[in-house]
Design a protein around this ligand. Structure first.
Ligand code: FAD
Ligand code: NAP
Length: 531
């Protein structure tokens, strides 16, 4: 029987993995190569090898009620969107509350995870770790890989002829910390992920001119949605998802475009994506910096010279001082020796993004290899709850052929939604994915039963934001505080903003009929189009 579980990394994935092991009566041992918890949320002035790195100004793009762990709401006084230091503070509170620290071995790097010689009969793993130069081998019944996937920068220089001749400064966004050294400079930021947008906006305040080059374009969402409510709390609702599934794709794309363009016309700002269903980025200031001329959006780069960039539309930016490649990351697992995880537009080696299909025994699982249109932390928590139940034998995986068929099917569906991209296997609709995991765990909220027994709660679960607490209402790991956490989630959202009390308050309940009408109309139109 599986008992001892090795966990690689003490970022938010590793921390919740420890807690989930304890919940299932397993014995976790977590190895963290750096000296503290938090993974990439622990800001340092320099980048460290093997650990994700963030810039000084990072603020979350998911709100606190959506991104917390399911049985540990964030303190009500925390702002709705968090500076990175607050995320780290929350992780410290989590560790303290659930007494997790004693399971973590700091400054201990996992050098190799290999199948034990008896693996085929036992599923055991040999884990080699290194602390202060000294290597140790230990045998574990199972392994949870939580090493993060933002450490190996992707620098696709082969796509940019002449880049080696460029005389200005070149960095990847991973090493960017502050804008200070770009004062008065002409800077080109490449890419249009969240990093590219954040960096371009920050640099726009200090640089002479910022150019933002994108090959595909992107939708941009503001954190602030209808009536000033957090955008993810407004959009991530079970009922909205039902609408998405009922609508024909063309109509869904049209509605998506309408939704994304509510605050500005993306085509007029040079941002409109080629794929209309592309996952949006979140940035409150990009359009206004474009409007002020501080950022100029450019197409893909054709080539570099010593001092300039030439774009595919033939335009040239000369006297360029610096280029920042915000071109994302490669996924690497340097400690894995027995198998590899090649992921691209056609390969997806993980069943439900957690279990490697080619490994004969389900005693190794990967956490955090996912890009949901939503928060990572509660998603990873559900992955950990499922994985630990599989380790324990409480949940089971289907035969290999079934898992492979499932992967082919899901990649087909994803390519229809998100288009063909390198990170296709990671992309997913948040509620779809958490629903799938919660079915595996047995904690999916039963709406019919809830409407009969607790209509007030049922209403908030069906029509309110799909917050993590919904997966603690029933089933394994049920938490007594879940109902209250759901019914008070709007109070915690609004509390930190109400620092000056005014008589007229627009609360969440007043807003609901509006959303409901919108969603119902979308579904009716969808059904009408289909028939
Ligand atoms: P990490 O936080 O990267 O932690 C991995 C840990 O593993 C590190 O501590 C590392 O030192 C350790 N480690 C690695 N290799 C080894 C080894 N061989 N041996 C021992 N230890 C090892 N997500 C959201 O939901 N909302 C957001 O707003 C958001 N903002 C983001 C902003 C930025 C700039 C970035 C880069 C990402 C953001 N994310 C956000 C996604 C983010 O990756 C996740 O929220 C989360 O931090 C992932 O946690 P993790 O534990 O999987 O990985
Ligand atoms: P990313 O999301 O992977 O984006 C990489 C960008 O680089 C994409 O726009 C991609 O273009 C572009 N790109 C890649 N290869 C290219 C090429 N050869 N030529 C031109 N463009 C190329 O990486 P990221 O922005 O660093 O984000 C990493 C993670 O951190 C994400 O999960 C993100 O949400 C998170 N993050 C969050 C925040 C925040 O919360 N504030 C801030 C930063 C990052 P295509 O779009 O055309 O593929």
């Amino acid at each position: 029987m599986v008992k001892r579980v090795a966990i690689v990394g003490a970022g938010c994935s590793g921390l919740t993995a420890i807690k989930c092991c304890l919940e299932e009566g397993l014995e976790p041992t977590c190895f963290e190569r750096s000296e503290d918890i938090g993974g990439l949320w622990r800001f340092t002035n320099n980048t460290e090898e093997g650990r994700g790195s963030i810039y000084k100004s990072v603020v979350t793009n998911t709100s606190k009620e959506m991104m917390c762990f399911s049985d540990f709401p964030m303190p009500e006084e925390f702002p709705t969107y968090l500076h990175h230091s607050k995320v780290l503070e929350y992780l410290h509170l989590y560790v303290e509350h659930f007494s997790l620290i004693k399971y973590i071995h700091f400054q201990t790097e996992v050098c190799s995870v290999r199948k034990h010689p008896d693996f085929n009969s036992t599923g055991l793993w040999d884990v080699v770790t290194q602390k202060q130069g000294e290597k140790t081998v230990a045998i574990f019944d199972a392994v949870l890989i939580c090493n993060g996937h933002f450490t190996d920068p992707c620098l696709p220089f082969e796509c940019f002829p002449g880049i080696n001749n460029f005389k200005g400064s070149i960095i990847h966004s991973r090493t960017y910390k502050t804008p200070d050294s770009y004062n008065g400079k002409t800077v080109l930021v490449v890419g249009i992920g969240n990093s590219a947008a954040d960096l371009a906006v920050e640099l726009a305040h200090i640089a002479k001119q910022v150019f933002l080059s994108t090959r595909e374009g992107s939708w941009v969402l503001s954190r602030i949605s209808h009536n000033g409510f957090p955008v993810d709390m407004v959009l991530s609702r079970r009922f909205t998802l039902l609408g998405v599934h009922l609508l024909p794709k063309k109509l869904a794309a049209m509605l998506n475009e309408k939704l994304m363009s509510r605050w500005f016309n993306h085509a007029n700002y040079g941002l409109e994506p080629k794929n209309r269903m592309k996952i949006p980025i979140v940035n409150d200031y990009l359009p206004s910096q474009i409007l002020q001329g501080a950022i100029k959006v450019k197409p893909n780069i054709k080539e570099f010279t010593e001092t300039s960039a030439i774009f595919e539309d033939g335009t040239v930016v000369d006297n360029l001082d610096a280029v920042i490649f915000a071109t994302g990351y490669n996924m690497t697992f340097p400690f894995l020796n027995d198998f590899s995880l090649e992921m691209d537009e056609s390969n997806a080696p993980l069943y439900k993004n957690v279990f490697p299909v080619q490994v004969e025994k389900p005693t190794i699982a990967f956490l955090g290899l996912i890009q949901p249109l939503g928060p990572i932390m509660p998603t990873v928590e559900l992955q950990a709850r499922w994985a630990t139940r599989v380790f324990k034998g409480e949940a089971h995986l289907p035969p290999k052929r079934k898992m492979e068929k499932y992967i082919i099917r899901s990649m087909k569906t994803k390519s229809k939604w998100f288009g063909i991209t390198k990170s296709l296997s990671l992309q997913t609709h948040y509620i779809d994915y958490v629903n799938e995991l919660s079915v595996e765990i047995g904690n999916c909220p039963n709406l019919m039963y809830l409407f009969l027994t607790d209509p007030k709660l049922a209403w908030e679960v069906a029509f309110g934001p799909c917050t993590p607490f919904q997966h603690r209402l029933s089933g394994p790991g049920k938490w007594q505080g879940a109902r209250k956490a759901i019914l008070t989630q709007w109070e915690r959202t609004l509390k930190p903003n109400r620092t000056r009390i005014v008589q007229k308050n627009q609360d969440a309940m007043q807003r609901l009929p509006y959303n409901l009408i919108l969603i119902l109309s979308a579904i009716i139109v969808g059904i009408w189009f289909r028939s």
